[in-house]
Design a protein around this ligand. Sequence first.
Ligand code: HMG
Ligand code: MG
Length: 302
Amino acid sequence: MSDQIRIVEVGPRDGLQNEKTPVSVAGRIAFIEALVGAGLHTVEVGAFVSPKAIPQMVGSDQVLRGVNHHPDSEFHVLVPNEKGYEAAREAGAKVIAVFASASEGFSRANINCSVAESIERFKPVVARAKADGIKVRGYISCVLGCPYDGEVKLQAVVEVAQVLWRLGCYEVSLGDTIGVGTPVKARQLLRAVAGVVPMADLAMHFHDTYGQALANLYAGMEEGARVIDSAAGGLGGCPYAPGATGNVATEDVVYMLEGMGIATGVDMTKLVAATNEVSHLIGRLPVSRVAAAINAKARAAK
Ligand code: HMG
Ligand code: MG
């Protein structure tokens, strides 16, 4: 069982990219500052993608510039192609994330090309990033099921993971985009992908659509996985994965880890305050069970 976990907070990107009410640049900067203040030092803050595809991420350059002054924090941004790469570099990105899919249907819907074509697009991005001293993370979506193609074979995930790793990604994040996984499948996934990417360099990016994410993370931790992607308040979803809900909530992950004696360095009170602030901006309550419990307790104490 892993005894050290690194959390990658993806709320400001994955969390807000699917919200009906877009959050302003100032609102996103305030959210990120609050997350850093709560002790989350690796935060995905935006995406350099087509504004037609994801209008919510417009202004990611200003967001990145607005928060990039924390020397001890690492800010990630999504980049789908060379155009996005140039804009990200210009805005001062030090870590970018390319995003592929294990299934053809999602790749086509999300980034308008096949899986193989997406890899061809990433090659010059990764090469240029390497030359510029920018780190590249690699995502794989639909690792446990696809909203378009249904079942996804483990071998398909393993092959994309191997390609991303060989290209030079420092970490490969396994996305259960539609949150359909269950613990035994999550365990088999981690075990299979660890055959081509070291376990220490795999991240678990589990959406909580069917309420399985914490159990799946625990199963992955039992296999030795050490990196968890989560979103404050359980925000999130992908416009190209209809019906999929948010990422596992950071509050729920922190509560579980601290309860297991694994220190996270996160101040729960500050984290819930950050979540409440952004929930106010988007006009809906956090889905995090822990945030809801803490808020209920605070109301009762008044
Ligand atoms: P396309 O239409 O095939 O691209 O889109 P294109 O090269 O033909 O260009 C079309 C237009 O987009 C042009 O503008 C380009 O300039 C512009 P126009 O001439 O029409 O005015 N364009 C761009 N603009 C800004 N930044 C760019 C860029 N590239 C082209 N980088 C493309 C292909 C990939 C660009 C598009 O499909 C896209 O942006 N998709 C992004 C989708 C996305 O962000 N999805 C959500 C993130 S993935 C996710 O959530 C999953 C994850 O969380 C893991 C998991 O949960 O599984 C990571
Ligand atoms: Mg996601």
